[in-house]
Design a protein around this ligand. Structure first.
Ligand SMILES: [Zn+2]
Length: 83
């Protein structure tokens, strides 16, 4: 029943494509693990529009990506939403 700790994702610098790093272990957050949240989605209590789940085995942190995302001009590119 622990409250899940939320880390703040970090925007990777010197990267050719927008990349977010886990705020806990600094692993690259896979695009597949980054989600836009909407009201009442799977992240109750997380006041964050974009969350990223760290895929590192010994981490698994939930990252709030809002701040890091704001550093990118094209957030949708990061999320792979552009069609
Ligand atoms: Zn991590």
């Amino acid at each position: 029943m622990n409250e899940q700790q939320i880390f703040t994702a970090v925007a990777a610098e010197n990267s050719a494509v927008p990349t977010l790093l886990c705020g806990h272990c600094h692993s690259t957050l896979s695009r597949a693990k980054i989600f836009r949240t909407e009201r009442d989605t799977a992240a109750p209590g997380i006041d964050c529009q974009t969350i990223g789940y760290c895929s590192a085995d010994d981490c698994g942190a939930v990252n709030c990506c809002d701040e890091a995302m704001s550093a990118f001009e094209n957030c949708d590119q990061l999320l792979g939403l552009a069609s």
